[in-house]
Ligand binder design. Structure first.
Ligand SMILES: NC(=O)c1ccc[n+]([C@@H]2O[C@H](COP(=O)([O-])OP(=O)(O)OC[C@H]3O[C@@H](n4cnc5c(N)ncnc54)[C@H](O)[C@@H]3O)[C@@H](O)[C@H]2O)c1
Length: 255
């Protein structure tokens, strides 16, 4: 799909990887709807991005607010064609706590609901809107989901996060096959350690040692490197059903 004039919704677009993608799509001449929580700085960010950007509140785990946010995206310019789903988070969880008690079922389910159920919600509600449009050059639209290298080598404390992101990787080929009849492509990015606001809070020496653990290049990933791949996944009509690791060849250690 041509990025110029393309309308894309970005969940979690008020921060980190989603925000970098919003910036890149605006630079390429696209229209962007940032969908994020009311507590996020989405409104200020959309104002800064200019008239081709809008912010709509929406919770990816909530059917009504997320559907309304996607409707607003679909009302922008020529209608919704792209969806980059970045909303997600982790919450440390061990199978057994230090005192031998079992880990929290609530913390497991919270992360599954946000990352995995939220991704299915993004697929189904996004695809329902994209599918209504006429195909252009053989395609109606494309969806990018976000997993993590923790889908493959989860660290101790990531049992819930790894399960959720492994689920996103597993959904990718099924989603691409399922939505093929609608001419909608689906791909997933599995980032390694990216330089997002969360990591910016860490002391420099911790950030440097995290960066040094990456084989090449010896540094954290830039948010714009995620954005480059996300926009390529929207643009490249033959890229479908694929999960791409974006990680400088890192393979995470057990802890
Ligand atoms: N940063 C990394 O190193 C890294 C590595 C691997 C995977 N990821 C994944 O990339 C995605 C984006 O990460 P990030 O680092 O940019 O995070 P971030 O915390 O900077 O941004 C996430 C955004 O999602 C929003 N959000 C959270 N819950 C939401 C909900 N229920 N509905 C709508 N919006 C919600 C937050 O308000 C926030 O603006 C996540 O899925 C994360 O798991 C990140």
């Amino acid at each position: 799909m041509k990025l110029e004039g393309l309308t894309t919704a970005i969940t979690g677009g008020a921060s980190g990887l989603g925000l970098a993608t919003a910036r890149r799509l605006i630079k390429e001449g696209g229209y962007v709807t940032i969908i994020d929580l009311p507590s996020s700085p989405g409104a200020e960010i959309a104002a800064e991005l200019g008239e081709r950007a809008q912010f709509v509140t929406g919770d990816v785990t909530d059917e009504a607010s997320f559907a309304a946010a996607l409707d607003a995206a679909d009302a922008q310019a020529d209608g919704l064609r792209g969806l980059v789903h970045c909303a997600g988070a982790g919450r440390k969880l061990r199978i057994l706590n230090k005192d031998g008690s079992p880990g929290s079922l609530e913390d497991f389910e919270f992360v599954i609901r946000l990352n995995l159920t939220g991704s299915f919600n993004a697929l189904r509600l996004g695809a329902a809107r994209i599918a209504r449009h006429e195909a252009v050059d053989g395609e109606k639209g494309a969806i990018v989901m976000t997993a993590s290298v923790a889908a493959f080598e989860g660290q101790i404390g990531q049992i819930n996060y790894s399960a959720s992101k492994g689920g996103v990787v597993g959904m990718t080929i099924v989603a691409a096959r399922d939505l093929a009849s609608q001419n909608i492509r689906v791909n997933t990015i599995a980032p390694g350690i990216m330089d997002t606001p969360l990591l910016a809070k860490l002391p420099d020496n911790v950030r440097e040692s995290l960066g040094a653990s990456v084989p090449h290049p010896h540094r954290l990933g830039n948010t714009d490197e995620y954005a480059m791949l996300a926009t390529q996944m929207l643009e490249n009509g033959y890229l479908n059903g694929e999960t791409v690791r974006l990680d400088g060849a890192i393979r995470m250690a057990p802890r």
